[in-house]
Design a protein around this ligand. Structure first.
Ligand code: PMP
Length: 443
């Protein structure tokens, strides 16, 4: 049946069980996007909405970029699918090479997944299997962090530190500990970039090691900058400390760069930005500009080599997905990375960062604002909670912003912003001008 352009919203919204959504509320007042172009969405009611969040932190090159669209079209007409196991196709190998060339030096190998959640579970499994492969089979414990978000697989929610993502789902993985989060509002509120205070929180890892013994711990996973729980910057010296404690005790360090990968902070990866090298990096989202689901784990030569022992006919890692390195996703990834390079989008993000920083911090005098955090092209604006009320001011701000043609994102009392890296100064002015008006009229 042809789409009725005059009324693109189906009459029946009952079947689709929407993720992380108040379904009953949404279905009473659906907020529907029907098309997109560069910095804007078009809504079903015909409005243009400025994308202040790059979709879900993923459309780093903006929307509907012809280069990516064309690459997908061509690939779909040439090779739509190839079995992912014991077979290959050129584009997946090419994309792995491109990722290796773009990643910091130690990362020479790429394992493809279909999402950030799968990349996280894959990295955790590789970590445990690696320890076993090097004769450290007692190392099975995993360490995450409070307020960490690592997707929604059982591995990811186990190492993650978001209460609502865990409490409904039983016992989760055994043998997981959590570092404290690094958010110290009393000392660090309104810091531009990395806060001064909090490096000592990495020492908690020493406490966990002392408690269980280093010989029990396989890996520690953190987001170098926590995105989904409110844009929390690593304190100065914190990541360096984590790195050195992990190295000292033979613990693998995994950076979950699903948000920070592909230019968000002005460098290809946050590992480059902070100058701290983990042993594995997980990424997704910006890998294909969010257009086709795809994720990846980047691993060092040392980790990869540990698996490449034994007889050659043996499968080295008993893990993979039907769609690992899918041809169309690979083609989208190649076109996306090419677009980032051609348009210098990571450098562009770095160049725009100070304008962005001044703009977000100009909201400091607005009502309810108790903290502002930023780096590269990302920011968090924290609002004072309403005592004893489940309603969050930030969500009210989201609804108001949407009505006024600006898309923002919220998590608890925090507004999170992460626009496409093609954003212009005029868009930044519109975004923060609209937000200023909204904050002024917020209850
Ligand atoms: N890790 C991090 C750091 C993320 O931000 C996200 C998604 N926001 C994920 C993992 C999960 O990615 P996905 O939704 O693609 O499974």
């Amino acid at each position: 049946m042809a789409l009725d352009r005059s009324n693109p919203v189906p009459n029946d919204l009952s079947a689709f069980w929407m993720p992380f959504t108040a379904n009953r509320q949404f279905k009473k007042a659906p907020r529907m996007m029907v098309s997109a172009d560069r910095m804007h969405y078009k809504t079903a009611d015909g409005r243009e909405v400025l994308d202040g969040t790059a979709g879900l932190w993923c459309c780093n090159a903006g929307h509907n970029r012809p280069k990516i669209v064309e690459a997908i079209r061509q690939q779909a007409g040439e090779l739509d699918y190839a079995p992912a196991f014991q077979m290959g196709h050129p584009k997946a190998f090419e994309l792995a090479n491109r990722l290796r060339d773009m990643a910091p030096e130690p990362f020479e190998h790429v394992f493809f997944t279909n999402s950030g959640s799968e990349a996280v579970d894959t990295a955790l499994k590789i970590a445990i299997a690696y320890q076993r492969a090097i004769g450290q089979g007692t190392r099975t414990r995993l360490i995450g962090r409070e307020r960490g978000y690592h997707g929604v697989g059982f591995g990811g929610i186990s190492v993650g530190g978001i209460v609502n993502n865990r409490k409904f789902f039983g016992t989760l993985l055994n043998g997981v500990d959590h570092l404290p989060h690094t958010h110290l509002p009393a000392q660090n509120a309104f810091t531009r970039g990395q806060p001064e205070h909090g490096a000592h929180l990495a020492d908690e890892l020493e406490r966990i090691v002392a408690l269980h013994g280093p010989e029990t711990i396989a890996a520690c996973i953190v987001e170098p900058m926590a995105g989904s729980t409110g844009v929390l910057m690593p304190p100065k010296g914190y990541l360096e400390k984590l790195r050195s404690i992990c190295t000292k005790h033979g613990i693998l360090l995994i950076f979950d760069e699903v948000i920070t990968g592909f230019g968000r902070l002005g460098s290809p990866f946050a590992a480059d930005h902070f100058g701290v090298m983990p042993d594995m990096i997980t990424c997704a989202k910006g890998l294909t500009n969010g257009v086709i689901p795809m994720g990846a784990v980047l691993a060092t030569k040392e980790i990869h080599e540990a698996f490449m022992q034994g007889p050659e006919h043996m499968i080295e890692l008993f893990h993979g997905y039907t769609y690992s390195g899918n041809p169309i996703a690979s083609a989208a990834g190649l076109a996306t990375l090419e677009l980032y390079r051609e348009e210098g989008l990571f450098e562009r993000a770095a160049g725009m960062a100070s304008y962005w920083e001044d703009a977000v911090h100009s909201l400091r005098d607005c009502p309810h604002v108790i903290d502002i955090r930023n780096m590269g092209l990302i920011a968090g604006i924290e609002l004072e909670p309403i005592a004893g009320e489940p309603t969050k001011r930030a969500f009210t701000a989201f609804l108001d912003a949407y009505e006024h043609n600006v898309l923002i994102r919220t998590t608890g009392d925090i507004i999170a912003l992460s626009p496409p890296l093609i954003i212009e100064k005029a868009h930044i002015d519109t975004l923060f001008g609209t937000l200023r008006d909204i904050l002024k009229r917020l209850h």
